[in-house]
Write a protein that binds this ligand. Structure first.
Ligand SMILES: [Ca+2]
Length: 170
């Protein structure tokens, strides 16, 4: 309590997250470290969330979505998402990943489409490729991804980021 400089995840929260998510302790701890790197305060404000989100859904209304997310996930209603709120609440499915890829795919000009790699030349293929970065399913069963893990994972992985972010080549 009150130890604002503590960088480690408390044992209590760790146990709770292990119970409430499918993540292993190692995954949670590693994710928490990434989270702290991105959000040194340990909290994401609505503005930060909006700016992250608008990179993923360039077509969408990030502000409206952020409002929706905060209404649903900010369980203690303090206007920020802490690690627990962030990791527990938002799950993303493969079909949502596909939607992200489709929204982004539309931005690629026609004359660039022909230059895309074989495994990246449709929104569907891009979604498959992207999903594979995260799918650790042992029995080939696709798992749900926490939305925060997805966002973090993509931001940490240039190849993944390229699949959902159109960068004009000139
Ligand atoms: Ca909160």
């Amino acid at each position: 309590m009150g130890n604002t400089r503590s960088g480690a995840l408390s044992k209590e929260i760790l146990e709770e997250l292990k119970l409430n998510t499918k993540f292993t302790e190692t995954e949670i701890v590693q994710w928490y470290e990434n989270f702290k790197r991105q959000c040194p305060t340990g909290r994401i404000t609505k503005e930060e969330f909006e700016s992250i989100y608008s990179r993923f859904f360039p077509d969408s209304d990030a502000q409206t979505y952020a409002q929706h997310v905060f209404r649903s996930f900010d369980t203690n209603d303090d206007g920020t998402l802490d690690f627990k709120e962030y990791i527990i609440n938002g799950y993303i499915t493969k079909s949502e990943v596909r939607e992200i890829c489709m929204a982004n795919f539309k931005l690629i000009p026609k004359d660039e489409l022909s230059q895309l790699h074989d495994d990246e030349n449709t929104a569907e293929k891009r979604a498959d490729k992207l999903w594979k970065f995260f799918d650790k399913g042992e029995n080939g069963e696709a798992r749900h991804l926490a939305e925060g893990e997805f966002i973090q994972g993509v931001l940490d992985n240039e190849v993944a980021l390229r699949l959902i972010q159109y960068q004009p080549s000139k």
